[in-house]
Design a protein around this ligand. Structure first.
Ligand SMILES: [Zn+2]
Length: 342
């Protein structure tokens, strides 16, 4: 009888141990990609918008999403589904306020952090990560327009940006990238695809970098969503007006039946060694026309011109391309007319 009692005790102990192990494994698996758990979290706030579903993004093909840059390549969202994204941060005062609002609404967003900002405020980007949001990268130092730079410099900005954000976070981040000012070019897009990085553009642009009031940011978001029905929303966690607008914006979205989708990567970002990143930069820093860039000499790249002339020609060419691309389109006025920076 005593032996049987001990056996039962032993079995129950083993059972509890197994349970604990399984629970731990579950927690670890949820932390294997960027962002913490999103499912199964209880929400006390009845007016919270929450998260309707988690959308896993397979980045192995280097996909591109968003209407503004990639017209037909939209994120697979259903009607009235919205993905919230924040660029340019983290900035303690604003990002903290945004995190509080998101927590109150039990919802999740994606943060495209700038490498230098993440390095300056590592505790904030760690907080973003630990609260279960997805963390991606938005270059190392946010150059205004990468199309005005050589390919190796752009490549360095991307790799160094990811490296900085990942080091500051201390955890694997998402292979999600967004171009500063949404200024992409073919060579860079191809490079991102080769690196298995998802290239995110936007669908809904309320223009919170233009100094608009919180009321106007809300109005712009809702009117664009009424037209489009769904999409990736672009906000900035460096703008106090955005932080001020967010509580009312989320309530307004909920009242109108919109649902928030949390995007997460299937696999985390794979960084390349820091030595190689520095090499990429040194590659750029040479001004010698004989320097090889991306396997090609300046001569091969720019048709026999000197480095200085080549640089000027490249700039002029991209200016021409830019004006041709946007001539007569609605976005010419909106994006370039006012020199707006995303
Ligand atoms: Zn930006």
């Amino acid at each position: 009888m005593f032996l049987r009692f001990r056996c039962v005790k032993l079995f129950s102990f083993l059972f509890v141990c197994l349970g604990l192990l399984l629970f731990h494994a579950l927690l670890l698996s949820q932390h294997s990609y960027a962002g913490g758990p999103t499912k199964g979290e209880s929400c006390r706030n009845k007016g919270a918008i929450g998260v309707s579903r988690v959308l896993e993004i397979d980045t192995s093909t280097g996909p591109r999403y968003g209407r503004v840059q990639f017209k037909d390549q939209l994120l697979p969202l259903k009607h009235k589904e919205v993905v919230i994204t924040f660029d340019d941060g983290p900035l303690p005062s604003v990002t903290k306020s945004i995190l509080r609002t998101l927590k109150r609404h039990c919802t999740k967003a994606t943060f495209f952090a700038v490498g230098k900002m993440a390095k300056a405020y590592p505790q904030i980007i760690q907080k973003v990560y630990n609260e279960g949001h997805t963390v991606g990268a938005h270059t190392h130092s946010h150059p205004r327009d990468l199309r005005h730079h050589y390919f190796p410099y752009s490549r360095f900005q991307i790799e160094r940006g990811f490296q900085d954000v990942q080091t500051a976070t201390g955890r694997p981040i998402a292979p999600f990238f967004r171009f500063p000012g949404l200024h992409d070019y073919k060579e860079m897009n191809d490079y991102l695809s080769d690196r298995h990085i998802a290239n995110f553009s936007v669908d809904i642009v309320p223009g919170d970098t233009s100094g608009y009031s919180p009321a106007r940011i809300i109005r712009n978001t809702l009117s664009q969503l009424r037209r489009r029905g769904k999409g990736i929303l672009l906000l900035h966690d460096i703008k106090p007006a955005t932080a001020a607008a967010l509580p009312r914006l989320l309530s307004a979205l909920k009242a109108r039946g919109y649902k928030i989708v949390h995007i997460v990567p299937r696999k985390p970002f794979k960084p390349i060694p820091i030595a190689l990143i520095n090499m990429l930069y040194e590659d750029f820093s040479h001004k010698d026309p004989k320097t090889i860039i991306g396997g090609l000499t300046y001569r091969q790249l720019y048709g026999g011109k000197s480095a200085k002339k080549a640089k000027r020609a490249f700039r002029q060419q991209s200016h021409k391309k830019r004006s041709r691309k946007y001539r007569g389109k609605r976005y010419s006025k909106r994006v370039y007319g006012r020199k707006r920076r995303y």
